[in-house]
Write a protein that binds this ligand. Structure first.
Ligand code: ZN
Length: 265
């Protein structure tokens, strides 16, 4: 359906990949991509835990590393070169993330360096994705840059997401992206945000491009200004859309995204 709609790439959700592999083989997936124009971009996403690679490491932390290695293996087999990595967050209860910035910097740096070492063996690049919401540890481009600069490894860069940037104080001017070296941007997510009266934005308030209040022209023109010419991916987590048919969601996603991007491609 994605290929039919016109998409060149697909990002594969890791939880859905695991589900798929319960009934299908990796070879089937590899064969699919080798016989279609649609190609796999990043595997999406590995969610970090602050205790990874410390002496307090829990079973959950070990599982995240196992998942990461699993993704490296799958990515190599199917021809994908990127894994999206999301900083630690209070994902379930959405409690505000209150740890000191110095600790977050130290944790993210340690974890990304270790994952980079693993990824290097597979020729995989890590796309670090900030999430602006209060329950996340890395909320701004400035802080994400500080971490990526401290890590200072070639295979650790960024994926930026207009909606995740907006989640921090409703940011709607994306000029901060001009501080990022374009070669470190491995992927770009694009989303619009529905208009809400209160501050209760969560991931379910993402919507199709052009249907919300984000200044996507500013987002895309800033990316164009710094010379970004890589992939742009629409990433919706909106339950209302899940009630529609997959075909409708995919076709509408393609058409609305393309319309927003028209001036820049
Ligand atoms: Zn995203």
């Amino acid at each position: 359906m994605c290929e039919k709609a016109g998409f060149d790439y697909i990002e594969i959700r890791i939880d859905m990949l695991k589900e798929y592999l319960q009934e299908n083989s990796l070879q089937t997936l590899k064969d699919f991509f080798s016989t279609h124009n649609l190609k796999p971009h990043a595997l999406n996403a590995i969610y970090l835990d602050s205790d990874m690679f410390t002496e307090n490491e829990t079973e959950k932390c070990k599982q995240i590393v196992k998942d990461f290695i699993f993704c490296c293996n799958v990515a190599t087999r199917i021809g994908s070169e990127h894994i999206i990595v999301v900083p630690p967050m209070n994902r379930e209860d959405k409690r505000e993330f209150t740890q000191a910035k110095t600790k977050i910097l130290e944790d993210c740096t340690r974890i990304l360096k270790k994952l980079s070492e693993i990824a290097l063996e597979y020729n995989i690049k890590i796309c670090f994705e900030l999430v602006g919401a209060p329950w996340c540890s890395v909320r701004t481009t400035e802080f994400a840059k500080k971490i990526v600069d401290t890590v200072n490894l070639k295979n650790v860069g960024y994926v930026f997401d207009s909606y995740n940037m907006f989640l921090h104080n409703r940011l709607n001017n994306f000029e901060v992206l001009t501080t990022i070296p374009v070669e470190q941007i491995f992927a770009v997510h694009i989303n619009d945000a529905e208009k809400l009266e209160n501050e209760q934005y969560t991931q379910q308030h993402r919507c199709f491009c052009g249907k919300g209040i984000l200044n996507l022209d500013n987002y895309l023109s800033t990316l164009a200004e710094i010379g970004y010419n890589g992939m742009v991916s629409i990433e919706l987590f909106r339950p209302e859309y899940w009630e529609k048919t997959a075909e409708w969601v995919i076709n509408t996603a393609y058409q609305t995204t393309k319309e927003s991007m028209q001036k820049y491609i």
